[in-house]
Design a protein around this ligand. Structure first.
Ligand SMILES: N[C@@H](CCC(=O)N[C@@H](CS)C(=O)NCC(=O)O)C(=O)O
Ligand SMILES: *[C@@H]1O[C@H](CO)[C@@H](O)[C@H](O)[C@H]1NC(C)=O
Ligand SMILES: *[C@@H]1O[C@H](CO)[C@@H](O)[C@H](O)[C@H]1NC(C)=O
Length: 378
């Protein structure tokens, strides 16, 4: 009887459905649809797929550099152009390394809203460093701050291998995560030493250097936004400062500048709060910044030398400097100098960079032991 009833109720074809049934079936469809959408969304988030990572740049148009850095002793023969935002920590890192080694280079300040100056580039971020090499028609495009730094460092350690060749040692993995491309350069912290017999550092020192470079990128950087934009007032002050050091008055009208400053400050204030919770900073975000500075100072002091690199900064010193340099002029920076013991190290590193103390012998004149490596003629 039940089965008869059941079959008659549910399986007998019907021409007309009651409102009740219409409601039930449409909510089922709705549920199913939502389920599918959620599943699809989840599936898309969960599924990352690799994409061709050879960057197909368009032809790079000439833009007049915003700034030209010239160092007399540079005879690298490379014509370098850095596409950057002046106060981006990753760009600050690259400048620290270029300045330390005494390279001459042009700076193209990218408009952070339109990205007009970077339209040619298949890689959508700054910094991008373009090296034009005399004698070779092709120019070499370096992407990602750590890749740029490692490539330059590799090249300086042995200039008999071309810059073009070194770039091939830093392949890029592109993952598409819910439609958004994520770029990863797995080798980015490795210097490609060609002659492993002749190194000034030990494997342990090199591993330490990589560790702290990674710390600068993955930890220290995350202290910046929540601290620089801690309050509305600090956010505004920071953007006024960016406007000065980024020389926005040259490229934005007064009104545009005001819009960028106020809108930017507002957005970054919110962003700072989001990042604070994402990276689990302490309630008082300053404390997290101080902790990071203390951690760095403690590490440098363990070596009983002026720098982590010893008597001269290594790439970790320059990376940590670069990241902090990006907020110099914000109250967060002044607070960190006042409330931690990082000041003396910071000033030492700054002096080493400003005086181009890392001018590589091959970048000036070849020393006898370097002659066999035959630096390319200018
Ligand atoms: N891992 C990259 C990160 C570079 C990066 O995130 N740059 C930011 C500026 S600080 C950027 O260009 N973001 C893309 C955008 O502005 O749309 C590196 O070390 O160079
Ligand atoms: C920025 O301003 C400078 C100075 O006025 C100018 O030479 C340069 O072309 C401008 N750059 C852009 C991208 O508008
Ligand atoms: C670092 O240098 C700045 C500017 O020269 C100076 O005001 C500051 O006192 C120095 N800090 C330390 C800790 O040496």
């Amino acid at each position: 009887m039940f089965s008869r009833n059941f079959s008659s109720k549910y399986f007998r074809p019907k021409l007309f459905w009651s409102w009740n049934q219409v409601a039930t079936s449409s909510s089922s469809i709705l549920l199913l649809g939502t389920g599918t959408a959620l599943f699809y969304y989840y599936y898309k988030i969960k599924t990352v797929y690799a994409e061709d990572s050879s960057f197909e740049d368009k032809e790079r148009p000439f833009v007049k550099p915003s700034r030209e850095v010239r160092v007399d002793t540079d005879n690298s023969g490379l014509k370098l152009t850095l596409y950057q935002y002046q106060t981006c920590p990753f760009c600050c890192k690259v400048r620290a390394v270029l300045d330390y080694h005494g390279f001459s280079y042009d700076v193209v300040e990218v408009n952070s809203i339109t990205k007009k100056q970077l339209k040619w580039s298949a890689y959508p971020k700054v910094p991008v460093l373009v090296a034009e090499i005399p004698g070779i028609q092709k120019e070499v495009v370096l992407r990602d701050s750590s890749v740029i730094i490692s490539t330059i460092e590799s090249y300086l350690s042995d200039r008999s291998t071309s810059l073009e060749k070194y770039v091939t040692f830093y392949p890029c993995d592109v993952e598409v995560i819910s439609g958004k491309k994520k770029f990863d350069f797995p080798n980015k912290y490795f210097i490609m030493y060609q002659d492993t017999q002749d190194l000034a550092s030990t494997p342990k020192q090199r591993s330490e250097e990589r560790k702290w470079r990674r710390w600068a990128d993955d930890h220290l950087v995350h202290m910046l936004s929540p601290n620089a934009y801690r309050t509305g007032q600090e956010a505004l002050q920071a953007f006024h400062y960016f406007s000065v050091v980024g020389e926005w008055e040259k490229n934005f009208s007064f009104m545009e500048r005001q819009v960028v400053i106020y809108a930017g400050a507002f957005v970054m204030y919110i962003m700072g709060k989001i990042l604070k919770s994402k990276y689990k900073l302490k309630d008082d975000v300053r404390q997290s910044l101080y902790d990071a500075c203390d951690e760095w100072v403690k590490t440098v002091r363990q070596g009983k030398q002026p720098f982590l690199g010893g008597s001269q900064p290594n790439l970790a010193d320059l990376a940590v400097y670069g990241v902090l340099n990006s907020i110099e002029g914000c109250s967060a920076f002044e607070d960190a100098m006042r409330n931690t013991k990082i000041g003396p190290w910071y000033n030492r590193t700054k002096t080493a960079i400003q005086q181009h103390q890392g001018c590589h012998p091959l970048n000036t004149k070849a020393s006898p032991s370097d002659v066999k490596k035959e630096p390319p003629k200018k």
